[in-house]
Design a binder for this molecule. Structure first.
Ligand SMILES: [Zn+2]
Length: 347
């Protein structure tokens, strides 16, 4: 889990992925034959197929796990030194109040998202839900000093350490989608014989509209696409049983549909068969809001059969995202077995 901790704690919002890109590049280099970086910053790790007699051209399988996390961009520093910011990706504003942040200026500095204490809130103010445009970051410095370190355009991440609960559960920021990146790397480490060319892509800018996957699938031209991402685990108080998308410790999640993609039926059936044959615990997932890189890969050129394999995660897009280690393990196993058998499938 040390690698997952490092992946979650390294900053990199959409469009500013350099630091996390460096960490992932080093890992991909250990498990692939070649790693390329395209102009948007996507990392494309290529692992060539073993030769199979009678089948001269191996299929290309693209795996996509996005490396960007949601965060903010500094938009304005007011005369008192308070920083205003624009969202990069979809945080729920009510989860942001009273959080610690890191502002990545000429150096990293700490700060907090401040708020009026409850003692002095009016009746009206107590009822209102916060809006991002009304929030501010307090770095404890006057404007003159802040302006020497921070400029509009600098990025901001939430400050939250990786933590394990009960030896089974992980809670951290950015499990979306560093957990997916981790599954991709670990699956490549474990893979034995493989007869497809694997393009393991750590994509950029997923959180702002699948932009990295759009351009990387254009250059890879895959025959099959699998996105590795987190999905909503809604097994929490207040959700009706029939509305629970996935549950923690319910196994890896094979996506049937989300708001961008209807997964390829043959690919879904193939993944289910592989899971059942190898006794890998899985659940299926229908998500009515949100999508993954699979949505971009599917629409590439003349179309690509795709599916998303997900890690069930509670509290997605907050700093207390939560995954179960067994679900991560099952995702690694299914990804690995799928790649070892992908040459047998007709999609
Ligand atoms: Zn994601």
């Amino acid at each position: 889990m040390n690698l997952l901790k490092k992946l979650c704690e390294t900053p990199g919002i959409a469009g500013y992925e350099e630091r996390i890109q460096k960490v992932i590049k080093e890992e991909l280099e250990k498990v692939t034959d070649e790693v390329k970086i395209d102009k948007l910053g996507n990392l494309i790790g290529i692992k060539k197929a073993k030769k199979l007699s009678g089948k001269p051209t191996p299929k290309k399988v693209m795996i996509a796990a996005h490396m960007d996390e949601i965060g903010f961009m500094v938009s304005f520093i007011d005369k008192e030194g308070f920083i205003r910011f624009a969202p990069v990706g979809g945080f729920d504003p009510k989860t942001l109040i009273a959080q610690r942040v890191v502002v990545h200026g000429t150096k990293d500095i700490g700060g907090v998202i401040g708020t009026k204490p409850i003692h002095i809130l009016s009746e009206e103010e107590r009822k209102k839900l916060p809006k991002i445009k009304d929030l501010f970051i307090d770095v404890g410095m006057k404007k003159e000093k802040v302006s020497k370190i921070v400029r509009p355009g600098d990025f901001v991440t939430l400050d939250r350490n990786f933590m394990e609960l009960d030896n089974k559960i992980i809670t951290a920021k950015a499990l979306d989608d560093r957990a997916g990146v981790y599954v991709m790397i670990e699956a490549l480490k474990r893979i034995k014989d493989c007869y497809v060319d694997i393009y393991a892509v750590a994509t950029v800018q997923e959180e702002v509209g699948l932009r990295g996957a759009t351009v990387s699938s254009f250059s890879v031209e895959p025959d099959i696409g699998i996105a590795l991402d987190v999905t909503i685990a809604s097994d929490i108080p207040g959700t009706k049983e029939e509305e629970v998308a996935t549950s923690l410790d319910g196994g890896t999640a094979i996506s049937l549909m989300d708001s961008h993609t209807i997964s390829n039926k043959k690919l879904v059936d193939f993944l289910r068969k592989i899971a059942e044959e190898n006794k890998i615990k899985y659940q299926t997932d229908i998500l009515l809001g949100g999508g993954t890189d699979a949505g971009a890969i599917q629409r590439n050129k003349s179309g690509v059969p795709v599916c998303t394999l997900s890690i069930p995660t509670r509290y997605v897009h907050s700093v207390v995202e939560m995954c179960h280690k067994e679900d991560i393990e099952n995702s690694i196993k299914l990804m690995c077995k799928f790649l070892e058998n992908a040459h047998k499938g007709e999609f």
